[in-house]
Design a protein around this ligand. Structure first.
Ligand code: CTP
Ligand code: CA
Length: 226
């Protein structure tokens, strides 16, 4: 593509990016969580801000630094993330949900540390709100982008999520592979679109995946505003 086609100006666009894991509390010293370094989401927030967008990063606990020019909201649980995202949804042009949201939380979290008095401990989990699905249901003009991290049946599961959550695009990656997924700096993803199109990106750094995603979302914004 020519450099002209590759230019991108996101000035005036409000982006919400979610990143990192959520932590679901059991007692004051224990929680359940998902595997996620937050690298992919932070890279997207950074790239979008560099292209001029106003970016709010709603982040679970990570060890990463806040990207330049990005407003960061720290959360712990999926319910916290739900609240922070929904509150900003109406004003948003784009929501990118790169976070690894815990599907379940302990039904109860205790104020006092649980002592090891019994031989076995049973924890009942209840479902967390599906943030992205709710965004899809309440969608007006926003461009909605989800992620699907799968170990098998990547294409089928990704397409199902695209459809079920009313997304414009889903970024699918095979977390079973060693060169994509957790804690590594590279990623190999395939993009699936609402119109049935699909685009496989080659193996590249998460920074470059983020830049490619910005271009793709830029095109979606353009056709939305056309
Ligand atoms: N997601 C979300 N809220 C949840 C769970 C997931 O917003 N409670 C978002 C994720 O951030 C991701 C997308 O939904 O962008 C897909 O997440 P994933 O875990 O792959 O799918 P689920 O719908 O949770 O289905 P399952 O875990 O059973 O594959
Ligand atoms: Ca899930």
């Amino acid at each position: 593509e020519s450099s002209k086609e590759k230019s991108l100006d996101l000035k005036g666009k409000h982006w919400i990016v979610t990143a990192g894991p959520t932590q679901e509390k059991l007692d004051p010293v224990r929680y359940f969580t998902n595997r996620s370094s937050g690298k992919m989401g932070y890279a997207i927030a950074e790239a979008a801000a560099r292209f001029g967008a106003e970016v709010t990063l709603v982040s679970g606990p990570t060890t990463l630094e806040t990207p330049t020019g990005v407003e960061r909201i720290d959360i712990e649980s999926a319910e916290d993330m739900y609240r922070e995202v929904m509150q900003r949804y109406e004003a948003a042009d784009v929501v990118v949900k790169a976070a690894a949201v815990a599907d379940y939380r302990p039904e109860q979290s205790t104020e006092h540390k649980i002592k090891k008095s019994q031989e076995a401990l049973t924890v009942t989990f209840v479902r967390n709100p599906d943030i992205l699905k709710t965004l899809g249901q309440q969608k007006k003009k926003q461009i909605l982008v989800g992620f699907a991290a799968e170990t098998d049946n990547l294409e089928r599961y990704a397409m199902e999520k695209l459809d079920k959550k009313h997304l414009d695009m889903i970024v699918a990656n095979n977390v079973g592979a060693t060169d994509s997924g957790f804690a590594v700096d590279t990623n190999r993803v395939t993009l699936f679109y609402k119109n049935g199109k699909k685009r496989a990106l080659e193996l590249m750094s998460k920074q470059n995946v983020a830049i490619e995603l910005c271009y793709e979302i830029g095109k979606l914004l353009k056709s939305r505003d056309a």
